[in-house]
Design a protein around this ligand. Sequence first.
Ligand SMILES: [Zn+2]
Ligand SMILES: [Zn+2]
Length: 254
Amino acid sequence: MNKRAMTEKASKIKEFFLQFIMPPKCAVCGKLLNINDGTLCVECLEKWHDEKEKECERCTRCASLCTCNAKLNKTAIISYYSSCSMYESDFSKEIIASLKYKRQKCLIKFMANELMSNMYMIYGLKLDNCIIAYPPRSKSSLKKYGFDHAKMLANELGSLTGIPVFHGMRHKGSKEQKYLNYESRAKNAFESFYIKNTAEASEKLRGKTVILIDDVITTGATAICIAAFLHNCGAESVKFLSVAKTPPLSKRNL
Ligand SMILES: [Zn+2]
Ligand SMILES: [Zn+2]
């Protein structure tokens, strides 16, 4: 048995014993789960399904089909984009916060499955020509929270679909995008992200369809920046998938 298989076996045994000491709790609200529940309790699961069905106020499509985002519509750098839900209600903020700030493998798996459903539903892809990419967490954020949820999501989506994952992006930035406007976000993204080894990256990305994933898309600045780097390394097209998107209510996003 190799080292990876041994570690996997050990973590399964640990998980098995832990459920007796610490009964499983809902990954969002923390309520104790019933025997038939999965990652979320019945109430949270219902709320999540409602989130996915909510309509965009501008185009009346649900998040997975809504493509209202001015910056992304004006650039060919991202050929298509889709999100599982709108990032607006208290619940959607809570579920994203749980994904970003609490290290929960079960929630990562749950969201990877959701991304996969969107991927199959929206994109008719030849999977053998695809590669998954993600914006890695910044070093300061990684230090603070101890894990990279985007990387974990990408790896999980990779193992679900058999699509390889590109790990060549780096993030040296420390400024949080959420406090910045589009222009500052774009500048910050281009200053923060870079490709570790361009020659190596080109070998992996040339002629590929890249499925770029993220937790939330707001202005699209980070996605456009990463997509530009991927195209520079020969990627043929970049399709974007996120768990949630900020609804295009304000003029900023239209
Ligand atoms: Zn719950
Ligand atoms: Zn829309």
